[in-house]
Design a protein around this ligand. Sequence first.
Ligand SMILES: [Zn+2]
Length: 115
Amino acid sequence: MTKRRIDIITAQEPPTCPRCLAEGLLLARVPYGWANASGDPVDGQTGVVLCAACDAQAPHAAPLITWFHVNGNVENETSEEFVRLLVAWAENASVPPLDEGRLDEEISLWRSGSL
Ligand SMILES: [Zn+2]
């Protein structure tokens, strides 16, 4: 099993949540990997914003959001608890790599009258 690398992007300004356009708590660069149309694996990285509002209901995001509420910032980002929460969140942060496939699926469902 390959270790996935998660980078926290730190900047002067807080990240902007792409969903609600409010200030996000954290911007992380997480790896993704899936197969393209030819079945070849595609590896890359994508930025994911942790947002206190949008991710409040996400099971793996909630503990990390709570961590931010308690600790305020990531100055002590090497703390074991923080890293554990970060990894759990990043591993489950839904990077939707299969949007295209899902769309096709929805179109065919729609055509077959199941949608
Ligand atoms: Zn948001």
